[in-house]
Design a binder for this molecule. Structure first.
Ligand code: PLP
Length: 383
C-alpha cells in the first residue's frame, strides 16, 4: 500500500474555468497563464488539456516555455517578464515565444540581436504597479524603436493591475485611466486583465486577457462576484487518517503542544505535512473534510503529518478519507487560515505529492486506475 496523499487534477474543471473566462470576455482572446507549473497543477498536462481552446499560453521564464515545447505544445507562448539575458532572444525567435519588453536593456539587447525571424513583442507599461514596465512616454519611444529595428513584429501593449481584486477600486480605476490615455496614442492591441479583472471589470477586456488563478478555480474575489462563484476547483488534495489517538483533558498534541485538549478528544493523524506543501502556518481551526464532513486542524502541522479533531465524527477512523482542499472545501478558506492566498498553497504543492489527472481532451489523462475501478464496480448497481 502506498501513502494515501494525492492531488487529483480535474482537467474538465480546468476547461470549464477557461471557457468561463472566454464567456465573460467574448471579444477577447485569453492567454492561459500556466507559469509556476500551472500554479502547481502540471504545466504540460494543463496545456494539453487546453490546447484546442487556448490560442496561446503565458509563462514566466524561457525554461517553462521550453518545457512546453518538450511536452509537444506548439502554441505561441508569452514570456511575461521577457528575457533575463540577451542570449535568450535567439531561442525565443526560434521557438516563437512572444516577449514582454519591460526595460531599456531588453530593448537595446533586442536591437542588437541576430534573429532567425522577428519576435512578437509585448511592451510593458507601468500604469501604477511600479514593478516592471515603462512610463507612458518611454512606451511610445520603445514602440518607435521596435518598429524601426526590424527585429520585432506584432507589437502589443501590456499592463498589470495592482488591485483589480479590490472592492473599492479607486487605484484600479486610476491605472485604467492611465492605460486608456496611453492606448489612444500608442494604437496597439492591448492585454490588460488578470483573473480578477477578467471576472469583475469588463472595461479591461481587450484584444487579449491573461487569466491565471481563475483557471484553477481559485477565486481572487472571495465570493464577492457572481461570475467567480461559477468557478470549479481543479485540484483536490486528499489523504487519509493513518492513526487515531484518544487525548485526555489537559494533554497536548504535536510540536510545542500548541493544541491542548479541553474535552476528551479523538485526534486523527493525517498523512500530509509541510514536506508536501501544506502550509505550516495553518492555525488550529483550519477547516478539513473527513469523510465529507467538516472538522478542524488541531495542533501544529509537521513535515509528514497533521492532526485533526474527529471527536464529533464517531464514524471516522483509520482509513477515513481526508480532503485538505478542493472538492467540497474551497482552497481560499484554507488559505485564510494560513494568513495567505490560494496562489501560494497551490504553487507550493511539492513534487512528493503524486498528481492524478482526470478528464480533458487530448490530455495526458491518467484515468486508468479510475477506469479499472469503474469496470469492477459498475455504476448501475440496481442491475
Ligand atoms: C501571473 C500573472 C497573471 C495572472 O494573474 P492571476 O491573478 O493569477 O490571474 C497575469 N499577468 C501577469 C503579468 C502575471 O505575472
Amino acid at each position: 500500500m502506498s501513502r494515501p496523499l494525492r492531488a487529483d487534477i480535474d482537467l474538465d474543471a480546468l476547461r470549464h474555468n477557461y471557457q468561463l473566462a472566454c464567456e465573460l470576455a467574448p471579444h477577447s482572446r485569453a492567454l492561459a497563464v500556466i507559469k509556476a507549473d500551472a500554479y502547481g497543477h502540471g504545466a504540460v498536462a494543463c496545456a494539453q488539456a487546453l490546447a484546442d481552446l487556448a490560442p496561446a499560453f503565458a509563462v514566466a521564464t524561457i525554461e517553462e516555455a521550453l518545457a512546453l515545447r518538450a511536452g509537444g505544445i506548439s502554441h505561441p507562448v508569452v514570456l511575461l517578464e521577457g528575457v533575463f539575458e540577451a542570449a535568450e532572444y535567439a531561442l525565443a525567435a526560434e521557438h516563437d515565444f512572444w516577449c514582454a519588453i519591460h526595460s531599456e536593456w531588453q530593448l537595446a539587447a533586442l536591437e542588437q540581436s541576430e534573429l532567425a525571424q522577428p519576435l512578437s513583442c509585448w511592451i510593458k507599461f507601468d500604469s501604477g504597479m511600479h514593478r516592471l514596465g515603462f512610463t507612458a512616454e518611454q512606451v511610445l519611444g520603445a514602440k518607435a524603436r521596435l518598429e524601426a529595428c526590424g527585429k520585432a513584429r506584432d507589437l502589443h501593449l501590456m499592463t498589470h493591475f495592482a488591485s483589480a481584486d479590490s472592492l473599492t477600486p479607486d487605484y484600479f480605476q486610476q491605472q485604467m485611466a492611465a492605460v486608456t490615455a496611453l492606448a489612444a496614442q500608442a494604437e496597439l492591441p492591448l492585454c490588460l486583465a488578470n483573473s480578477p479583472a477578467t471576472l469583475a471589470w469588463p472595461e479591461t477586456h481587450a484584444a487579449w486577457n491573461r487569466p491565471g488563478i481563475m483557471l484553477y478555480g481559485g477565486d481572487p474575489l472571495e465570493g464577492a462576484n457572481d461570475a467567480s462563484r461559477r468557478l470549479k476547483p481543479v485540484m483536490t488534495l486528499s489523504s487519509a487518517i493513518i492513526a487515531v489517538r484518544e487525548i485526555a483533558i489537559g494533554e497536548p498534541v504535536g510540536y510545542s503542544g500548541r493544541f491542548v485538549a479541553t474535552r476528551p478528544t479523538r485526534i486523527g493523524v493525517v498523512a500530509c505535512g509541510y514536506g508536501d506543501g501544506y502550509d505550516r502556518h495553518a492555525v488550529d481551526g483550519t477547516p478539513v473534510l473527513v469523510d465529507g464532513q467538516e472538522t478542524v486542524l488541531a495542533g501544529k502541522v509537521s513535515m509528514d503529518m497533521l492532526t485533526v479533531d474527529i471527536t464529533d465524527l464517531p464514524e471516522a477512523g483509520v482509513g477515513s478519507r481526508v480532503v485538505l482542499w478542493g472538492e467540497g472545501l474551497e482552497v481560499n478558506r484554507v488559505a485564510a487560515s494560513c494568513d495567505t492566498i490560494s496562489y501560494t498553497l497551490l504553487t507550493g504543492l511539492l513534487p512528493r505529492v503524486p498528481r492524478h489527472y482526470h478528464g480533458g481532451v487530448g490530455s495526458a489523462a491518467d484515468d486508468q486506475g479510475v477506469a479499472q475501478l469503474a469496470s469492477a464496480q459498475p455504476l448501475d448497481t440496481h442491475a
